[in-house]
Write a protein that binds this ligand. Structure first.
Ligand code: GLU
Length: 471
């Protein structure tokens, strides 16, 4: 590639960052990083009726959370009206665009006539033939007009790296509107003016924009610029093969964040949704992805979003993420009021058992408060007068230990089980339930060491107390 790679992510703030948008941003980011280029962030907010300015902040936050750092911007199209006006004037002066004076009523009548004839509406091109002096005179006299692009009288070829080559015959598209009669520049016009102004070399975006691309090619040419390389990404579908939506569960980056998905895991998952780096690797670091990324290996067909696979991958990431980083990420979730040292040790014990940060956080709750409820079926099985007597006895043994370490706790429990002629589980399981409220937990004696002597013994005795007394 000769010119330095310059790519952009151009969300419209009409919604938060959907996984489709996040994946588009991610591929642009990877391409820029792969080639040492620039990743530009542009907010396409010219449609004042549909935009919600507060969504811009949310989109930026979600990108930051995902690690998609931009090099330039965010540029707001709403700040760039003077540029669009200047370029519109230039196209008019160069004869590449022209004023069209049809009133909305006239256009509406033409649309109805086309409909009645069973044809698609196309602008007649009438404004093309109005001499420039006449056009200037009518405009100066206050007659309303729109600015339309003079489409070329030759075929337009869209050569897409991902979707392949499509040729649109001359005359397939009509002269579309660039600027409305109130002076408001329209979407396709702003996109191309900005892409040229920002010297964008590659346009990577969703396949839903492919149909607009011939218009963009014509506009780039009119603007005197070579069109960028286009890469249109296949759609993202839900497990049922329909377009991914809320019905399929979370679909926005923020929702995954709230569910306790790690940004690193979502990044990895989205990267492989339509890109095959060449082997069957499921987990890759960002560095590996950057080193291998190429547009040529993006697939044209739709990809299925598999929530279960994301959850599996997230569990893998959780288990391998350093405790300090997890503590930082857990800051968004309710944590027990204990010191960071205890939290870090608890994270180490619990992280391989959780699928999400939410699960991890709820697992850590036992370090903050004594269990107030106990798994019912487990208590039926593991409680009772005999168990209570054993628990009180072993609490005595634990109490007498010179140090409250997991090794000495385990040795004491083994010795007790042997003396009583029972298996270790027979005494360890009731202790586990007493101490954690649950019949499943990380290694019991390590949990107890972390909880400390006072708390552990208090819990064992409290659980023994709630058991029915012998008849
Ligand atoms: N603003 C468009 C969108 O939100 C993106 C257009 C483009 O990437 O060219 O889908």
């Amino acid at each position: 590639m000769s010119a330095p790679v310059r790519v952009r992510f151009a969300p419209s703030p009409t919604g938060s960052l959907h996984v489709g948008g996040a994946r588009t941003a991610l591929y642009n980011w990877l391409l820029a990083r792969r080639h040492g280029g620039a990743f530009i962030l542009r907010i396409e907010d010219t449609d004042a009726e549909r935009n919600k300015p507060e969504l811009t902040r949310q989109i930026l936050d979600a990108m930051t959370w995902l690690g998609l750092s931009w090099d330039e911007g965010p540029f707001l199209q709403s700040d760039r009206a003077p540029l669009y006006r200047e370029v519109a004037d230039r196209l008019l002066n160069e004869g590449k665009a022209y004023r069209a004076f049809e009133t909305p009523e006239e256009l509406e009548a033409q649309k109805l006539a086309a409909e009645a004839a069973g044809a698609a509406f196309r602008y007649s091109g009438k404004g093309r033939d109005i001499p420039r002096e006449e056009s200037d005179r009518r405009a100066a006299a206050g007659e309303k007009f729109v600015l339309r692009l003079r489409m070329p009288d030759e075929p337009i070829v869209v050569d897409d790296v991902v979707q392949g080559r499509t040729e649109f015959p001359a005359g397939a598209l009509d002269d579309f509107v660039l600027v409305r009669s109130d002076g408001h520049p329209l979407y396709h016009f702003c996109v191309c003016v900005d892409d040229v102004d920002m010297r964008i070399t590659h346009v990577v975006r969703g396949v839903d924009h492919l149909a607009n691309t011939p218009k963009h090619v014509a506009l780039f040419r009119a603007l005197g610029a070579e069109p960028p390389v286009f890469a249109h990404l296949g759609m993202i579908l839900g497990a049922d093969g329909k377009k991914l939506s809320k019905r399929h569960g979370a679909a926005g980056a923020e929702e995954f964040r709230a569910q306790g998905i790690l940004p690193e895991a979502l990044f990895n998952f989205l990267a492989l949704l339509g890109w095959s780096p060449g082997d069957d690797k499921e987990r890759m670091t960002k560095e590996e992805m950057i080193a291998l990324f190429s547009l040529e290996r993006l697939g044209p067909s739709p990809s299925r979003f598999d929530h279960e696979k994301l959850s599996w991958l997230n569990g893998q990431y959780l288990a391998d993420t350093p405790n300090e980083r997890l503590l930082e990420l857990l800051g968004e979730f309710p944590l027990p009021g204990v010191g960071n040292e205890v939290l870090l040790s608890a994270i180490a014990l619990h992280k391989s058992r959780a699928k999400t940060l939410v699960e991890l956080a709820s697992g850590l709750a036992l370090y903050g408060a004594d269990p107030s409820t106990f798994e019912e079926a487990a208590e039926r099985k593991l409680g009772g007068p005999e168990a209570a007597a054993r628990l009180l006895a072993i609490a005595q043994d634990f109490e007498a230990l010179p140090e409250f370490s997991h090794a000495s706790l385990e040795a004491a429990a083994r010795a007790y089980a042997e003396k009583a002629g029972i298996g270790l589980g027979k005494i360890a399981q009731p202790i586990r339930l007493a101490v954690t409220g649950s019949a499943a937990s990380p290694p019991l004696f390590e949990v107890m060491e972390l909880l400390g002597k006072e708390t552990s013994l208090r819990r064992i005795r409290a659980f023994a107390d709630r058991q029915p007394k012998p008849e």
